[in-house]
Design a binder for this molecule. Structure first.
Ligand code: FAD
Ligand code: NAD
Length: 461
């Protein structure tokens, strides 16, 4: 008889693990317990669904329905909350949210794929405060889509990924948008030079920006900041970050790592026997630093879910780690990053050099060609490429993916110049931005080596 596999959480990591385990062993006895009514959907698509529900209707965000899972023999129970894991007896306690019944199920192997949850907002909220919403789930999007109609002014708290994607959505819906970011610039994980390009794009599209300010109070239809500014709001979207959902895991004796997310082996095993974890609730190894990092991203969750699914079904797979590659769009701009910036590289023991270059995305005479800005980090000693941040209206995705692949493959700045990339004017300049980057980085390293100089240069092509 097959092992009984129980999976807690059914969005990205959990759904992927269930489907993978089933594919690997169609006879596997798989039970998925999912608190939400929805399963296996694209959270990443929510801002685009809200902006254009006719083009991207709700159903298109659902990768696989509960019925499709059940047709494969996977026992998919939605609106079932796992209250407790008894790892000694290999039992989970479940509350059926439809009937309020509590019952237990036993497992041979368990996957914790409980994701992440919104950080709590630290502000005084009066009874006359404007309504506060969040965007984490498909149900949140259903709620938000109703709330966004018939209002004029949306205030977004948080200038990170969701805040910026939703600023674009709200402007597309014709709303007045104000965005509050507590850090001096939006996207605080990016270089200031990249953030400034993003802020100019926000202003160009009429988003009112309040950075370096924290919300202290929501009262009487106003969002009140610590610098004394009051912003009128019909609705407030809190997008102030997330934290891993680990309470269920820790109550079962599962160890957390240095980042506060669940520590797992490359096989996605926790410290508790027969208990695996994957997705936003776990930390991963950074491939360049070999240190744990928390990267709550959809592609990472899917790949980790796949690894967990294979291993739980008796196979052998490993998750190699992450480079921190990510991308988002705000209005016409693509913004992306991979690898390490200057400070992160220094902290990891590299001797980094940073270069900023601007290059055309296609042959200059092609109408669609736009300026692409790259912030590159390279190790002086080895010449190894360590990281890149990219911002521009064209070819950001292609460039960051080439550079992520180059870093993954341990390429040096010199190797970048030698890459045999595709060229025709409508697609690329004859010297692709990646090759231009290689040349500039090489020159920078040579100049430093000759002069014994300091690690911070900047070049414009
Ligand atoms: P989750 O998606 O959080 O799913 C976990 C599930 O487990 C939830 O349904 C939760 O209710 C359930 N659960 C938790 N505890 C229990 C319990 N005790 N019992 C039963 N069920 C439980 N990432 C990208 O890489 N690119 C993007 O463009 C991108 N865009 C995004 C846009 C938005 C608006 C949001 C919210 C996220 C976006 N992300 C993006 C992040 C990505 O969606 C997440 O990294 C991914 O969903 C994580 O998957 P997960 O399965 O680990 O967790
Ligand atoms: P985030 O971490 O990207 O951004 C949160 C922002 O809110 C930060 O800039 C932070 O400084 C700011 N902030 C925190 N408290 C604040 C306060 N009180 N007032 C004002 N600003 C405050 O988090 P998010 O936007 O909520 O997104 C959650 C996660 O979802 C992201 O970390 C990312 O991993 C994932 N995501 C990814 C994508 C993508 O890859 N395209 C898109 C959306 C979401």
């Amino acid at each position: 008889m097959s092992d009984r596999l129980i999976i807690v959480g059914g969005v990205a990591a959990g759904a992927k693990a269930a489907a993978t385990a089933h594919r690997r062993n169609p006879a596997a006895n798989i039970l998925v317990l999912q608190e939400e009514a929805d399963i296996s959907y694209s959270s990443c698509g929510l801002p685009y669904h809200l902006a254009a529900p006719e083009d991207i209707p709700r159903r298109k965000l659902i990768a696989r329905t509960a019925e499709a899972f059940r047709a494969d023999g996977i026992d998919m129970r939605t609106r079932h909350h796992v209250e407790e894991i008894d790892a000694k007896r290999a039992i989970v306690t479940i509350r059926d949210l439809n009937s309020a019944r509590t019952y237990a199920e036993s497992y041979d192997k368990l996957l914790i794929a409980t994701g992440a949850q919104a950080s709590s907002l630290k502000a005084a909220v009066s009874p006359t405060a404007p309504p506060i919403v969040q965007l984490r789930t498909l149900a949140d999007a259903d709620h938000l889509s109703k709330r966004l109609t018939g209002i004029r002014k949306l205030v977004i708290l948080g200038g990170g990924y969701i805040g910026l994607e939703m600023a674009e959505t709200a402007k597309k819906l014709g709303l007045d948008v104000a965005l509050v970011e507590m850090a001096p610039h939006v996207i605080p994980g990016f270089d200031e030079g990249v953030a400034q390009v993003v802020e100019a794009e926000l202003r160009k599209h009429g988003v009112e920006l309040f950075s370096g300010a924290r919300v202290v109070e929501l009262d009487g239809g106003l969002v009140v900041l610590d610098n004394g500014t009051s912003i009128p709001a019909d609705l407030v979207l809190a997008a102030t970050g997330v934290r891993p959902s680990t309470a269920l895991a820790t109550s079962a004796g599962v160890d957390l790592g240095a980042t506060g997310a669940i520590a797992v082996s490359p096989q996605m095993e926790t410290n508790v026997e027969h208990v695996y974890a994957a997705g936003d609730c776990v930390e991963a190894r950074h491939v360049l630093t070999n240190r744990p990092v928390w990267m709550p991203l959809g592609d990472v969750a899917n790949r980790q879910g796949r690894v967990a699914g294979i291993n739980m079904a008796g196979g052998q797979a490993t998750f190699p780690g992450v480079l921190g590659t990510a991308i988002f769009r705000v209005f016409e701009l693509g913004v992306a990053r991979t690898g390490l910036g200057l400070a992160e590289a220094s902290a990891a023991g590299f001797l980094p050099v940073c270069e900023t270059i601007q290059a055309p995305s296609r042959a200059r005479y092609i109408r669609e060609s736009k300026t692409l800005q790259l912030h590159l980090t390279v190790d002086q000693r080895s010449g190894k490429l360590l990281g890149c941040q990219a911002v521009g209206e064209d070819a950001v995705d292609k460039t960051i993916d080439i550079l992520a692949t180059a870093i993954w493959g341990n390429l040096t700045a010199a190797d970048l110049f030698d890459l045999d990339l595709a060229y025709a004017p409508p697609f690329s300049p004859v010297l692709a931005p990646v090759q231009a980057a290689g040349e500039v980085l090489n020159k920078a390293i040579s100049a430093i080596r000759q002069s014994g100089g300091a690690p911070m240069l900047s070049g414009v092509l």
